[in-house]
Design a protein around this ligand. Structure first.
Ligand code: ATP
Length: 313
């Protein structure tokens, strides 16, 4: 569905070059749900804007929905939907009329546009709001309308730029429920950007971590966490001397009476670990297993946290 090779975008700002995206090679198959995760300024939106033909690449190729973004941008646009960070609806039409009008712009007949509008109002729980003006909707309701607008022409592929940013936790959960529902209903391929770690972790099947314009990790959240961060066992001992002895015996690092050891599978390794310490007379006060987060993955790869301040341009 998406195939890019060496996709690059350089911005010129006051005689300086900003390499926003540096030689991206990416393959996304039909039906996947992919999240681009990365800190502010990583190049996520620039990538999305190139894939959706809103921005020409400086170099490299991208085939999206079977069409070349540089040679056939109109062909790409006809086959994809895009939900940007800005609102997609105007202020003059009521919700249902806006859907029908945009459907007509995509070449649907009046009958098709009406049927499609009703189908999407239903899918995105917008029916009770059909007669409202977009300006009167809440943030979450407006996002749902944006998603409906992105789907009006039945695209096989939908891009969503930060679909849940700026929403309260309940509305964020609600948007995700609708995203997953539309995927179930239509099998749409979904590519979205987010900087919410937990969302990428729990919702996306595939997480592509982007930093400084490059893909630095790509896989399921579980794979990335297992391969790149690993579990930890954390124990506390009753004395600092015991903590130091525990490190000498079984590895890890000690801070006061707390010892952390990195292991491939903490739940499986914990009983043996405790037996080893007990066999040497080390008294363990508490023990817990710690699963890594995607932030740990990012930290391992870059030495920075995803929640750090913006990276420099
Ligand atoms: N129109 C532009 N002109 C100059 N520089 C730009 C432009 N658009 C983006 N950039 C720069 O390109 C880099 C990547 O920006 P981009 O918006 O793609 O990042 P992002 O990962 O989407 O960040 P965010 O999560 O904050 O939206 C940044 O350094 C940004 O300042």
């Amino acid at each position: 569905m998406i195939h890019t090779r060496g996709l690059t975008r350089v911005f010129k700002v006051k005689k300086q070059s900003v390499e926003a995206v540096r030689g991206l090679d990416l393959d996304v198959e039909a039906g996947q749900l992919v999240a681009f995760l990365g800190p502010n300024g990583a190049g996520k939106s620039t990538t999305l804007r190139m894939l959706t033909t809103l921005l020409p690449p400086t170099s490299g190729q991208a085939m999206v929905a079977g069409r070349d973004v540089a040679r056939d941008p109109a062909g790409v646009r006809a086959r994809i939907g895009y939900v940007g960070q800005q609102n997609g609806a105007g202020e003059n039409f009521r919700v249902r009329d806006e859907l029908v009008t945009q459907g007509r712009c995509y070449g649907l007949t009046v009958r098709q546009a009406n049927a499609r509008a009703d189908e999407l109002l239903d899918l995105l729980d917008l029916k009770p709001l059909a007669k409202r003006l977009p300006g009167t909707l809440s943030g979450g309701q407006r996002r749902r309308l944006d998603i409906a607008l992105g789907l009006i022409h039945r695209p096989d592929l939908l891009f969503l730029d930060e679909p849940s940013t700026g929403l309260d936790p309940k509305s964020r959960a609600d948007i995700w429920r609708h995203i997953l529902r539309l995927r179930e209903a239509y099998g749409t391929t979904l590519v979205l950007t987010t900087h919410y770690l937990e969302e990428a972790d729990s919702m996306a099947e595939r997480v592509v971590i982007i930093d400084n314009g490059r893909i630095i990790a790509d896989g399921t959240a579980e794979q990335l966490k297992n391969d790149l961060a690993g579990d930890h066992i954390s124990i506390t001992t009753t004395t600092e001397q015991d903590a130091a002895r525990a490190v000498a015996l079984a590895g890890g690092t000690a801070e006061g009476t707390t010892v952390r050891v990195k292991v491939p599978n903490a739940a499986a390794a914990l009983p043996d670990h405790l037996r080893t310490l007990d066999g040497s007379g080390i008294k363990v006060a508490t023990a817990e297993t710690i699963r890594p987060t995607l932030d740990d993955v990012f930290l391992t790869l870059t030495g920075r946290s995803l929640t750090d301040d913006d990276i420099p341009a």
